[in-house]
Ligand binder design. Sequence first.
Ligand SMILES: *C1O[C@H](CO)[C@@H](O)[C@H](O)[C@H]1NC(C)=O
Ligand SMILES: *[C@@H]1O[C@H](CO)[C@@H](O)[C@H](O)[C@H]1NC(C)=O
Ligand SMILES: *[C@@H]1O[C@H](CO)[C@@H](O)[C@H](O)[C@H]1NC(C)=O
Ligand SMILES: *[C@@H]1O[C@H](CO)[C@@H](O)[C@H](O)[C@H]1NC(C)=O
Ligand SMILES: *[C@@H]1O[C@H](CO)[C@@H](O)[C@H](O)[C@H]1NC(C)=O
Ligand SMILES: *[C@@H]1O[C@H](CO)[C@@H](O)[C@H](O)[C@H]1NC(C)=O
Ligand SMILES: *[C@@H]1O[C@H](CO)[C@@H](O)[C@H](O)[C@H]1NC(C)=O
Ligand SMILES: *[C@@H]1O[C@H](CO)[C@@H](O)[C@H](O)[C@H]1NC(C)=O
Ligand SMILES: *[C@@H]1O[C@H](CO)[C@@H](O)[C@H](O)[C@H]1NC(C)=O
Ligand SMILES: *[C@@H]1O[C@H](CO)[C@@H](O)[C@H](O)[C@H]1NC(C)=O
Ligand SMILES: *[C@@H]1O[C@H](CO)[C@@H](O)[C@H](O)[C@H]1NC(C)=O
Length: 478
Amino acid sequence: MASLAFYLSATVLFAQSTVAFNCSIAPIYVDIHKRAVHDSTVFQYGSFIGVGIPAQNHSLWPSLSQNQTSFGARTFCDDGNSTLRDCNISTGGFFSSQDSTTFVENENYETLDTAGNSTFDKSYFGRDTLHLYTHYFETDGASQTNVENYTVEVVEEGSTKPAVVGIGASSSVLRDLAAINKICAKTYSLYIGQGFDRAGGAVNGSNVFGGYDAGRFVDPVHKYSMTSAGMSVRVKDIIISETNDAKSNVSLFENSDDAFDAQITTDQYPLSLPYEITQKFISQLDAEEDNTWGDNSLKLRKPFNGSMTMVLDDGFEVTLPSSVLMNASNITPIQSRSKDSKAPFYLSTAFLTQVYLMADFEKQSFFLATAVQKNNMVMPTPFCPGSTPTAYQRPNQNAFLKQGLIGAVIGGILGAVGIGICAYCFVASCRRKVAERRIERRIQESQKAAKMAQFEVEEVMEFDPPPKSATPFFWRKT
Ligand SMILES: *C1O[C@H](CO)[C@@H](O)[C@H](O)[C@H]1NC(C)=O
Ligand SMILES: *[C@@H]1O[C@H](CO)[C@@H](O)[C@H](O)[C@H]1NC(C)=O
Ligand SMILES: *[C@@H]1O[C@H](CO)[C@@H](O)[C@H](O)[C@H]1NC(C)=O
Ligand SMILES: *[C@@H]1O[C@H](CO)[C@@H](O)[C@H](O)[C@H]1NC(C)=O
Ligand SMILES: *[C@@H]1O[C@H](CO)[C@@H](O)[C@H](O)[C@H]1NC(C)=O
Ligand SMILES: *[C@@H]1O[C@H](CO)[C@@H](O)[C@H](O)[C@H]1NC(C)=O
Ligand SMILES: *[C@@H]1O[C@H](CO)[C@@H](O)[C@H](O)[C@H]1NC(C)=O
Ligand SMILES: *[C@@H]1O[C@H](CO)[C@@H](O)[C@H](O)[C@H]1NC(C)=O
Ligand SMILES: *[C@@H]1O[C@H](CO)[C@@H](O)[C@H](O)[C@H]1NC(C)=O
Ligand SMILES: *[C@@H]1O[C@H](CO)[C@@H](O)[C@H](O)[C@H]1NC(C)=O
Ligand SMILES: *[C@@H]1O[C@H](CO)[C@@H](O)[C@H](O)[C@H]1NC(C)=O
């Protein structure tokens, strides 16, 4: 018997080790920002994804709980169908399946989203072509990755934004992309950004399917395990600090027993914290209930010029700066909570405005790191299952000038990741400025130095695009 068990486990090991991931497949970078969406006159914030032929373009909100990718039906906002706030400008676009020549309804499809609360009130499914757009420069065209015969959900009724790209544990978009070898594995990274109304910021976000953006975070990265509750972390302290007074730190915890598990989610903006901690927040900062944004975020009676730091179990500290903690309108990203609420605790979108999330669904782990807010370069890098993402090491300017830009960067990538040069490119900040000037392929050192001086952030520079042969599809200049 023992030898049989041994044989079986050896077989399992063997089977696992033969699951080969081709980690030189370039990831797919899909940016998140405000843009024109189908059938709406209002620019909307989200992931640049289209559906159908001809393509109807939408702004999809990434959800870490939903598994299907969905689009709002043309009739979604019609009288009585939906209770979504400001419906006609909040659906991320409107999809008319009858206008797509490739749409085939699938009445027998069984949805992967079975958890009652997060599903939509009424929808139908069908197969169509999904377009994932990569768009670096505002003035340049986008390149696209198509997934044919992809099952989309068309939402007819609901109370939440219907245009969602589902990155849940059974994400159909990651599954299909991996199945057709357009990404190396079911890995994914997200920076949600702050360029939407509720956050009131300007920084745009990005999705990287099958990879991560090495320019979007700083080391160290912190590793966590996925659980049946999805991506959950343990919070061991929360500290309020006044910006101008280093001695002002106040913990919202009574004692260490207050540590709690919180799910990471993009399904709501405000954080949902345990009742006692919420009460302490209210008394400490003199907050009151409010529902300006329809999400029960607390409002301060008088301005507070400070920050809030969440300390996770492993020591990782995430600070919400004063611009996030208390916007001009005095509204905080902390939700009120009733004493007997059984709802999960959430570190939600407001938390993710400061954090880069990297998820490895193959190995059931995920990574968090401090996000780089003012991103200077976009560096999509394949995320091989089981590996730990590493941030691009920003060289100091002297090293740059000595070695020459490209040499330094490629050397860094090869050294750090040890994989083929297939998946990176660099986009300077101030995209518009750069695009207007058009990137010259050969910039002389002197010009480089001059341009460098024009950027506000220290190590910002322009980069030549990688050689054509090294960029399969996504550095495409028009
Ligand atoms: C506060 O939010 C508003 C939108 O409600 C936004 O216009 C403004 O820029 C935000 N202010 C700060 C300091 O973030
Ligand atoms: C891995 O992917 C690269 C890039 O797409 C491709 O050139 C190579 O042939 C693939 N290798 C295998 C073993 O499939
Ligand atoms: C709701 O949507 C359906 C189609 O899904 C449409 O026929 C109807 O006019 C809409 N409005 C109401 C009030 O049902
Ligand atoms: C959205 O609908 C409201 C009424 O519900 C209307 O006043 C407004 O003009 C519409 N906006 C757009 C952009 O269609
Ligand atoms: C997505 O799939 C995961 C894993 O199968 C499941 O736990 C989760 O409930 C699904 N999401 C929804 C909204 O049903
Ligand atoms: C759905 O969510 C709401 C609020 O988020 C909660 O009050 C309700 O109990 C939930 N229902 C189920 C069935 O989980
Ligand atoms: C969707 O976006 C792509 C890429 O920018 C563009 O080529 C296409 O024309 C857009 N479709 C529509 C209907 O605007
Ligand atoms: C699309 O997928 C379905 C099953 O998901 C399959 O039955 C059908 O043959 C596929 N069609 C094409 C054109 O690949
Ligand atoms: C975010 O994207 C929008 C739309 O493309 C653009 O106008 C804006 O400049 C971007 N913001 C930043 C900070 O790059
Ligand atoms: C206050 O908290 C911040 C953030 O955790 C920390 O950097 C700082 O050292 C603390 N100051 C004091 C006096 O504890
Ligand atoms: C808040 O603190 C910052 C940093 O010390 C300071 O620059 C700013 O003027 C303060 N704002 C207010 C309204 O006190």
